[in-house]
Design a protein around this ligand. Structure first.
Ligand SMILES: [Zn+2]
Length: 332
């Protein structure tokens, strides 16, 4: 069957649809493919499947094409469901947060400016560090140290997220240096969260060949063996279940200088919003209310339902003061 759009759906006459997935093909691509019988979008999978047409028996190609179209349809359904779920959770939690803030502020006599920040929650279940985890961490460290010592300079290493992390970190450090009160607040909020963003550190702690090379370059007297020992010596007896190997009940087991640049420069989206608002609009709330929910920085939409509130706290530069969690309209 010859079809213009993969989905078989009718489309406006001036729009060309991808032969494989049915998405609109942008005009410049339509022009570039003018001579071809079938046009495809920029999706690599769509391009790949069409390339097979000339090398495959027609029946086999049709079977591959049908399989690919089905796969794309299923993927789109999953993505649409995820977006729907995400939107529901965002809307419902935002409404609930507003109700909480209204209830808390109603009892707050101080009329100064106020701001509400929502926070994730780090893992809070410590467990004895297994030898399997220690071995994986040691292997990772050995591997990145070998990569770091095999190159003549840091410029030989791939330009990935680790490579650019120090620049991002410098940007954040500069911003926080301009606003000492904001820096203090961010420290308190991170302390309140207890590592909701550290949860994906697993047994690599975001350490890379780039981190190793930078440390070796900054300390010419330091050997790779000594650096390896510096990391292994600091392994805690217990780390948080399902989180970074260095995440303990009292925070990161590594001193700041041994942590990855990614860790040192990272803030969750909520805190980044706060930092940008503070910096651009000079928005300095008199008091800041943190509403913390039971999800890490990475799994907020996984359960498919709203995440329960685990803590509400007033956060100032100097202290974190718990507030009662008021009953919410949708709550128990
Ligand atoms: Zn396509």
């Amino acid at each position: 069957m010859e079809t213009q759009g993969g989905s078989g759906a009718s489309s406006p006459s001036d729009t060309t649809c991808c032969f494989v997935c049915g998405d609109p093909v942008i005009p410049v691509d339509t022009l570039l493919q003018q001579q071809r019988r079938h046009k495809v979008c920029r999706n690599l999978a769509c391009r790949h499947i069409l390339q097979q047409e000339s090398t495959m028996p027609p029946a086999l190609f049709q079977a591959q094409l049908n399989f690919q179209r089905q796969r794309i349809r299923e993927q789109r359904t999953r993505e649409a469901e995820y977006r729907q779920r995400q939107s529901y959770i965002e809307r419902t939690e935002a409404a609930e947060n507003k109700a909480i803030a209204d209830a808390v502020f109603a009892h707050e006599p101080d009329q100064g400016s106020r701001l509400v920040v929502t926070l994730p929650q780090g893992a809070n279940q410590p467990e004895r560090l297994s030898s399997a985890r220690k071995d994986r961490y040691k292997d990772h460290l050995k591997h990145i140290l070998a990569e770091a010592t095999a190159c003549a300079s840091i410029a030989d290493l791939p330009r990935d997220q680790h490579y650019d992390a120090p620049e991002q970190r410098k940007g954040i450090d500069t911003l926080l240096a301009r606003h000492p009160r904001l820096a203090q607040l961010c420290d308190r909020l991170c302390g309140q969260c207890r590592g909701g963003c550290c949860a994906q550190g697993a047994d690599h702690a975001y350490l890379s060949a780039v981190s190793m090379r930078r440390q070796l370059d900054a300390n010419p007297e330091l050997s790779a063996e000594r650096l390896l020992d510096a990391y292994l010596e600091r392994l805690p007896e217990e780390s948080m279940t399902g989180a970074c190997i260095n995440q303990t009940a009292t925070g990161c087991a590594l001193p700041r200088e041994l942590r990855s640049d990614i860790c040192n420069g990272y803030f969750c989206p909520e805190l980044k919003v706060l930092q940008r608002a503070w910096d651009k609009e000079q928005q300095q709330p008199h008091r800041l209310l943190a509403i913390q929910r039971a999800h890490t920085n990475w799994n907020r939409f996984e359960s498919g339902d709203i995440n329960p509130v685990v803590a509400v706290a007033w956060v100032s530069g100097d202290e974190v003061q718990a507030a009662a969690v008021p009953p919410t309209p949708g709550g128990d």
